[in-house]
Design a binder for this molecule. Structure first.
Ligand SMILES: Nc1ncnc2c1ncn2[C@@H]1O[C@H](COP(=O)(O)OP(=O)(O)OP(=O)(O)O)[C@@H](O)[C@H]1O
Ligand SMILES: [Mg+2]
Length: 486
């Protein structure tokens, strides 16, 4: 037993007790800053020192005998008694932890160490013990255990290293991310997860940590045990010892490979959309040039001819003029159709609900599909939202007719105070949305992109033979409107 008893260094309380004799021992023990107790051969307590009485707030009369057990936490009493008796009967030293009520009613964690003591003739005289309040230490241990559990359960890699870059801790997240177990890397240099071309980066990081820079965050590349490169976002901060001296660095690494590849995918999609827009412009340019322009040029030539060879017969004149008028009307219709494709002007004067209704009606007539359009409580919708929702309806309906061969389409527009919602369901063939996204078509991709630009969301539900439902939602904002391509 190594209980602190500052009477004579290097002697245990039991030895001290023998050396001093009981009376003198009690006098010295009463001045000691630790709790000290004595028990007789019958296990009953015969004495507790002043420090004990100060701690429990009880009298000596109360604490002797079995009285001290009154102060022990009810949940700990049974275990305490059992352990005490067990060791006592074997005349062995013991060390037990339990909660004891302090004078202020608060239960404190105590470490109680006991040892048998003997008379000068060697006969057993009972026990002597000392007790320490270890609550603070226990709380610190608990909070450390809590922190350790948090670190362990984190999906992020959490690593600590010395200022020389030697790994000192390595959680499960680090094992998952980098493939090394903690046994493989603790004590080894952190450079094993740094690609050779980035070793200089590590030197700079450590220099900053040493200089006391509070925390650094950046994105970089690390390498796994299998040699695979991973994009990571890193957070690095200094670790200080109890005196405040910087002794190492803590590092949190998060795998952002997926995010990076999503970013690349987005750039790819944007490029495709930009290219498609260029193509669309080229198509419209060709149509204006090759079709409408030709038709207008022909009309000009024929009007010229009419001027030169003005028909004498009123009937011929009439026929020629009627023909010219009809072709002018056709050309004008062509221009109008083109301009509608470029920008649905009716959104401005009919509003979103009116434009959708009119589009649904035309679409239903042209395609011979049954269309059911409903709109409920739609407030004034900002232009960019109107245009995006209108384009989604156009594309979804074209897809339903072209790919789904649907007989019926239901379009419903609704809103809450914060959100605009649109659902388009068809009873067509259905498809696999994940597979479709990977194909060349741009309809679904541009729906998604449009929703992203206005902070909205899109969900596509479809299954072979089960029809398709597309649901888009977007926040209704007031104030500034962002620009969206037609
Ligand atoms: N309502 C639907 N019913 C059945 N299949 C659909 C439906 N909507 C989309 N698809 C499938 O998803 C694919 C992708 O659609 P998307 O609109 O992105 O491209 P697209 O229509 O083929 O080409 P684009 O829209 O660029 O002219 C379609 O080729 C089709 O196979
Ligand atoms: Mg399409």
């Amino acid at each position: 037993m190594a209980a602190p008893f500052p009477v004579t260094p290097n002697r245990t309380p039991a030895e001290e007790f023998v050396r001093l004799g009981e009376e003198r021992f009690r006098q010295i023990a009463d001045a000691a800053p630790v709790m000290i107790w004595l028990a007789g051969t019958d296990k009953l307590c015969t004495y507790v020192n002043k420090r004990c009485l100060e701690f429990t707030g009880q009298s000596l009369e109360h604490d002797v005998g079995n009285g001290w057990l009154d102060n022990v936490h009810p949940d700990d009493v049974k275990r305490c008694v059992e352990e005490y008796e067990l060791y006592f009967d074997r005349r062995q030293t013991f060390r037990m932890e339990y909660r004891m009520r302090r004078y202020d009613g608060q239960y404190r964690w105590i470490i109680d160490s006991g040892a048998p003591r003997y008379n000068e003739d060697g006969s057993f005289a009972g026990y002597i013990g000392s007790a320490l309040d270890v609550t603070e230490r226990k709380l610190a241990e608990e909070s450390q255990a809590r922190l350790a559990a948090i670190v362990e359960s984190s999906e992020d890699a959490i690593i600590s290293k010395t200022l020389d870059g030697i790994i000192t801790s390595w959680n499960t997240g680090a094992q998952h991310l980098f493939g090394y177990t903690s046994e493989e890397v603790i004590g080894r240099p952190i450079t094993s997860i740094i690609p050779p071309e980035l070793r200089d980066e590590e030197r700079k990081i450590l220099a900053k940590v040493k200089s006391g820079e509070p925390a650094q965050h950046f994105e970089t590349v690390r390498v796994t045990k299998a040699g695979k490169k991973v994009n990571v976002s890193l957070g690095i901060s200094p670790i200080r010892d109890a005196t405040g001296k910087i002794v190492g660095a803590a590092k949190i690494a998060r795998d952002i490979t997926q995010r990076k590849s999503a970013e690349r995918e987005l750039i790819n999609v944007r490029r495709r959309l930009a290219y498609a827009q260029e193509e669309e412009r080229a198509r419209i340019g060709r149509e204006l040039h090759d079709d409408i322009n030709q038709r207008l040029a022909m009309l000009a030539i024929e009007i010229d001819q009419l001027q030169i060879h003005f028909p004498k017969s009123a009937a011929v004149r009439n026929r020629r003029l009627t023909d010219l008028k009809q072709r002018l009307i056709d050309a004008s219709g062509g221009v109008q159709a083109l301009s509608h494709q470029l920008h649905p002007a009716q959104l401005q004067y009919l509003g979103l609900v009116g434009s959708m209704r009119s589009f649904c009606r035309d679409f239903s007539e042209r395609q011979g599909i049954k269309l059911d359009f409903t709109a409920e409580h739609i407030p004034d919708v900002p232009d960019d939202l109107s245009l995006s929702f209108f384009r989604v309806v156009q594309e979804a309906m074209h897809n339903a007719a072209k790919h789904g061969e649907a007989q019926q389409i239901k379009v419903s527009l609704s809103s809450s105070s914060t959100e605009l919602q649109l659902t388009i369901s068809d009873n067509g063939k259905g498809f696999d949305p994940n597979e479709a996204m990977a194909h060349e078509g741009l309809g679904l991709i541009s729906m998604r992109e449009r929703m992203r630009l206005i902070g909205g969301a899109i969900a596509i539900q479809s299954a072979a033979g089960g029809g398709t439902t597309i649901r888009v939602t977007a926040p209704l904002r007031t104030g500034e409107q962002s620009h969206v391509n037609p």
